[in-house]
Write a protein that binds this ligand. Structure first.
Ligand code: GCO
Length: 250
């Protein structure tokens, strides 16, 4: 049980990679604060995550793209929790549109959720982490390192989250807070359903990925357990690709 007695806040925890991280952290003994925008999906996810009715799973509805929603969520979190050991910034959206016609509204929506939200949430966690130290795990992307057409805002936001991770790491090292990022490759999640169902794109990804397949959310979750564990106490400001070899190959 690598996370026994630890309290972890996971944004985007009701589905996809975030949900897989919640399941993995639960299995490792953590107490979870699961954050998601849709109340109904959040409650359903919390019930499924807490498979032993342990009472270790709490749901907080929050739109990480909205400052007022984040502020209200942290009033509730700080009423219930005096400290936090782990923060996973996983909530993220993607909008696919050619750059020349990418709307200002879409750009802001992606940035608000994928970059400004993690900034606000990380800042809000500082008072809960600074006395005992902690772990911050940001979910970056292949797009933190490379680009592909039609996802300019997502790519810019994920490049930002990689460097924001380094900014946290060097500024909060003195508080014994380690910050690292995970770079998922193409993972079979709801966000990518349209890509998986597109035969041409699906075969492109399977050919472009040295391991020849889409990754599974739980394969990303294992890396999130490691970064949250004592084993990563002297690792900070790093990115770990869980990508089947894509970034290592031409
Ligand atoms: C896309 C995908 C990617 C993946 C992931 C890769 O449109 O190309 O959504 O962005 O989701 O981010 O790391």
């Amino acid at each position: 049980m690598m996370l026994q007695g630890k309290t972890a806040l996971i944004t985007g925890g009701s589905r996809g990679i975030g949900r897989a991280i919640c399941d993995a952290y639960y299995d490792q003994g953590a107490t979870l604060i699961v954050m998601a925008r849709d109340e109904a999906k959040l409650q359903e996810a919390c019930k499924q995550i807490d498979k032993d009715n342990s009472g270790r799973v709490f749901g907080i509805a929050c739109d990480v793209g909205n400052k007022e929603s984040i502020d209200a969520a942290f009033v509730k979190i700080k009423e219930q929790f005096k400290s936090l050991d782990i923060l996973v910034n996983c909530a993220g959206i993607n909008i696919r549109e050619p750059l020349e016609s990418f709307s200002f509204d879409s750009w802001n929506k992606v940035m608000d959720v994928n970059l400004t939200g993690p900034f606000l949430i990380t800042q809000a966690c500082f008072d809960l982490m600074k006395d005992k130290g902690g772990k911050i795990v940001n979910i970056a992307s292949l797009m933190s390192e490379v680009a592909r057409p039609t996802i300019s805002a997502y790519t810019a936001s994920k490049g930002g989250i990689k460097m924001f991770t380094r900014a946290i790491a060097i500024e909060w090292a003195k508080y014994n807070i380690q910050a690292n990022a995970i770079i998922p490759g193409y993972i079979a999640t709801e966000m990518n359903t349209a890509l998986i169902e597109d035969e041409k794109f699906n075969s492109f990804i399977c050919n472009r990925t040295p391991q020849g397949r889409w990754g599974k959310p739980e394969e990303v979750a294992h890396a999130a357990v490691f970064f949250a564990s004592e084993g990563a106490n002297f690792i900070t400001g790093q990115c770990l690709a869980v990508d089947g070899g894509i970034l290592a190959s031409l």
